[in-house]
Design a protein around this ligand. Structure first.
Ligand code: ADP
Length: 470
């Protein structure tokens, strides 16, 4: 019950309007009970009566005469009239049977509400007698002997009657109006919030079912933010699904070629097509090479998976980059000779950096291997390192075919090869070397980029942060 947004909104509006109506009703009732208008009238009448009696003066005479004066005045004015001596003795009281008079102190007090001596209207005071009856009174001191007191009970309105006759109906009308308005408002606001939320719910369901969906942000700002966050998430989920699919397709493709050729040559050996010393050893060589390629691919995939998962613990130590590049260069001397490419090392005096030696050797070996692979005979591959802007820049440049800018942006993607047929030459790869190198450099807090122009060679620049002490 009341679990929907609409019902809760309606309930809260209803509660607020009910509360406001209750406060208004209570204030009205209080006003009726106090009824200042009635009281003001009575106060004016009291002041007028007291002034009139004061002007007329009181007769000289005994108690009897004073009592009948008070009775007559009462009958005329319909007000309690009393005469009290300044010592406090009550000489006459037209309504002695209706409770006691205020005390002398109260009568003489000049505090708020007490009547001022000889004042035109005088101020009106009030007191409550022993029966609980509230009185309003005015008083005048006459010829320094008597205090004239004119009193009347505080007028009260018949609250319940006034309430039922005059107030009940408008209050009920207001309540009905509030009910209708709160229903309408709750409906409209709930629609404003719930409709776009429903859209997000539907889109989430279809995303769960594998369909990518984008939603138009609408409704309150918070819901729009949610829709935008959802769209972002949806694109990411889509991209990651796509890359998963691409990954599986690429791995299958990369495995299919060597497996097909292994199968073909094994078949040739089995059915005797490849017989005789040379063709048999050729077939065995192809099987061996392709198996080696598959092995390298699987090792690369495992390496990438570990780097992705952050499972690779880098063993940091101080590295002399000049030494590292020299060692990498030395390893490739035979290959460079075979490819008739000049391999030069141009390392300046550079500060040491902190890093994992073997992993960085892996990065630069991959770069040099690629450079040698793509540089034609007579070309040059150069290794260099220098310090720049608080970092160390190590570069492997070549005089190979270069890379087109559009492709340069993609060569760090997994399995991306600029020209599959071209890379099929010496030491064919699977397009995983640069992504692995990038992961390793990034794990060192550095970055790798390529600067290249087609036909004018390429330079792979690795930027590594210097150790904090240098
Ligand atoms: P592979 O193992 O196939 O070489 P890489 O990730 O190392 O994969 O390289 C991706 C692609 O980038 C290569 O297929 C090649 O087309 C291009 N590439 C890499 N290095 C060079 C280079 N020095 N000169 C020209 N192209 C290069």
């Amino acid at each position: 019950m009341f679990t929907s947004l609409r019902a809760r909104l309606w309930l809260s509006y209803l509660l607020v309007s009910g509360l406001v109506l209750a406060v208004i009703t209570a204030a009205l009732l209080l006003y009726l009970v106090r009824n200042p208008r009635l009281a003001r009238e009575a106060e004016t009448n009291l002041a007028t009566a007291a002034n009139t009696l004061q002007r007329q003066g009181i007769p000289q005479g005994d108690r009897q005469e004073l009592a009948s004066y008070a009775q007559n005045a009462d009958a005329l004015l319909d007000m309690r009239v009393a005469l009290i001596t300044v010592q406090g003795e009550v000489m006459a009281d037209s309504r002695a049977d209706e409770g006691e008079l205020p005390t002398l102190d109260h009568l003489l007090s000049r505090g708020p509400g007490a009547g001022g001596q000889g004042q035109g209207t005088g101020r009106i005071a009030e007191y409550t007698d022993a029966n609980g009856q509230e009185w309003l009174f005015a008083r005048r001191v006459l010829s320094s002997r008597f205090i004239l007191l004119v009193a009347t009970p505080r007028p009260t309105a018949p609250v319940l009657a006034v309430f039922t006759d005059e107030l009940f109906q408008p209050i009920m009308q207001a309540a009905l109006l509030a009910l209708g308005l709160s229903l309408l408002l709750a409906f409209m606001i709930a629609r404003w919030i719930a409709a776009p939320l429903q859209g997000i719910t539907d889109a989430s369901r279809s995303l769960g079912e594998g369909r990518m969906s984008q939603i138009e942000p609408r409704g309150p700002r918070e819901v729009q933010d949610l829709a935008q966050a959802f769209n972002q998430m949806s694109s990411q989920v889509h991209a990651s699904r796509q890359s998963q699919r691409d990954f599986v397709a690429n791995v299958s493709h990369e495995l299919k070629t060597p497996i097909t050729s292994i199968q073909g040559f094994a078949q040739a050996i089995l059915d005797g097509t490849a017989k005789g010393g040379e063709s048999l050893s050729q077939a065995a060589q192809v099987i061996y090479n392709e198996a080696g390629r598959m092995h390298r691919l699987v090792l690369d995939l495992l390496d990438l998976a570990r780097l992705d998962a952050g499972n690779v613990q880098l063993e940091y130590r101080a590295i002399d980059m000049g030494q590292l590049l020299y060692e990498v260069g030395e390893r490739f001397v035979p290959q460079a000779k075979e490819a008739e490419v000049t391999l030069t090392n141009q390392v300046e005096e550079v500060p040491s950096i902190s890093g994992d030696y073997d992993r960085l050797v892996q990065v630069f070996s991959n770069l040099v291997e690629n450079a040698l692979k793509f540089t034609p005979a007579g070309g040059e591959v150069r290794l260099s390192a220098r310090r720049a802007n608080g970092a160390l820049l190590a570069t492997v440049s070549d005089t190979g075919p270069g890379i087109h800018p559009e492709e340069a942006a993609r060569i760090f993607e997994r399995f991306y090869q600029v020209d599959k047929s071209r890379s099929g030459g010496r030491g064919r790869g699977a397009g995983l070397g640069l992504p692995i190198a990038q992961q390793i450099v990034q794990a060192h807090g550095g970055e790798i980029r390529v600067e290249s122009q087609p036909g004018r060679g390429s330079a792979f620049v690795v930027r590594l942060p210097l150790s904090p002490s240098t």
